[in-house]
Design a protein around this ligand. Structure first.
Ligand SMILES: CSC[C@H]1O[C@H](OP(=O)(O)O)[C@H](O)[C@@H]1O
Ligand code: ADE
Length: 334
């Protein structure tokens, strides 16, 4: 179970500017132990308040700086009681200042991998494309259809190092299984869960036209957002086990209940934020158990990119690409 700590109000003496976490008296600006698990928070989930905030990191990567400082949160392992570190990034920045196409997804994923992260739980507010997925329901998706427009940087392998990774299953089945079990364990306590679903990831930032929304339904889309890609593709390239948890905030515009507005999205997100946090908390509790160590460390993905990313023969590799990819995958392409 989640340990609920007494609330400590924002301490102006601490260096960090994060809000919404329970802070240690002094929040460090570095963290030396490896961190295996990360949460990427989306719209309306910009913090995880029930965790102890021990460090705020401001890394830079060969692909720029992440969307927000990375908060390191301590979470006691339910099996050993030992604190397990969790890295948290707010996808749209600390104050939702980044539009979906402005999110520096390569910097986010690269910074997390560099910290040691091998499992990401990503959270997203989505529109529902199916009557049975009601606003405030949760969906653990298993597929994505790409409707972004190619304007977002979407690969680490370019500029003199070519790589092709399999993306048939965009989410990690092993982590997905744990997430689904956790979601089901909360059912009946305000959580309604759909075990699978296809995300349509659109470009935005404008919402869809009615014709598009109906077309996505005819394609078998379950939910729609603007954030699953390139995040999931980059996590795959980085050998990170990635699973998104979606919360439906509206019926998109195909439905006769009215067109989607930001007010509607934020209203439902806010009303159900506590359930979203409970869901993420239950997943982190479970992932922190020793029995899941191998999965959390993504041992099943380790070394994939050595082959999938090493297609370019040595004479064709550019120095810049080698340096960048050497930062992400030390020793892989020497
Ligand atoms: C505010 S509505 C559109 C916005 O909400 C979703 O954000 P996220 O996936 O980060 O939770 C959607 O993808 C759009 O970016
Ligand atoms: N209807 C919608 N379309 C795209 N992204 C969304 N995020 C939440 N609701 C959405």
């Amino acid at each position: 179970m989640l340990t609920r700590l007494p609330h400590i109000s924002i301490n102006t003496l601490t260096k960090n500017i994060h809000i919404g976490f329970r802070k240690m008296a002094n929040v460090a600006d570095h963290y030396n132990d490896p961190v295996s698990i990360a949460v990427i928070g989306g719209t309306g989930l910009q913090s995880l308040p029930h965790f102890t905030h021990v460090a705020t990191l401001k890394p830079s990567t060969p692909w720029g700086t992440p969307s927000s400082p990375i908060s390191i949160l301590h979470h006691p392992s339910p099996s050993t009681g030992k604190p397990i570190p969790i890295a948290f990034i707010s996808r749209h920045g600390l104050h939702h200042e980044l539009a979906p196409h402005e999110v520096p997804a390569r910097a986010n994923i690269a910074a997390l991998r560099h910290l040691g992260v091998r499992t990401i739980i990503a959270f997203s507010a989505v529109g529902s494309l199916q009557e049975e997925i009601k606003p405030r329901d949760f969906v653990v998706p298993d597929q994505i259809i790409d409707r972004t427009k190619g304007i977002r940087p979407f690969t680490f392998f370019e500029g003199g190092m070519v790589g092709h990774v399999g993306f048939a299953d965009p989410f990690d089945n092993k982590v997905g299984k744990i997430v689904r079990q956790c979601g089901h364990s909360l059912e009946g306590e305000g959580v309604r869960l759909h075990d699978k679903g296809t995300i349509i990831c659109m470009e935005g930032p404008q919402f869809s036209t009615r014709a598009e929304s109906n077309m996505y339904r005819s394609w078998g889309g379950s939910v729609i957002n603007m954030s699953a890609l390139p995040e999931a593709k980059l996590a795959k390239e980085a050998e990170i086990a990635y699973q998104m948890i979606c919360m439906s905030t509206d019926y998109d515009c195909w439905h006769d209940s009215g067109d989607v507005t930001v007010e509607m999205v934020m209203g439902n997100m806010k009303a159900n934020a506590e359930n979203a946090r409970r869901f993420v908390g239950a997943v982190l509790d479970e992932l922190s158990k020793e029995e899941h160590n191998e999965v959390v460390l993504a041992k099943h993905l380790e070394g994939e990119m050595k082959f999938a990313g090493g297609l370019t023969a040595a004479p064709g590799r550019s120095a810049e690409a080698k340096t960048k990819l050497g930062w992400l995958f030390p020793g892989y392409f020497d």
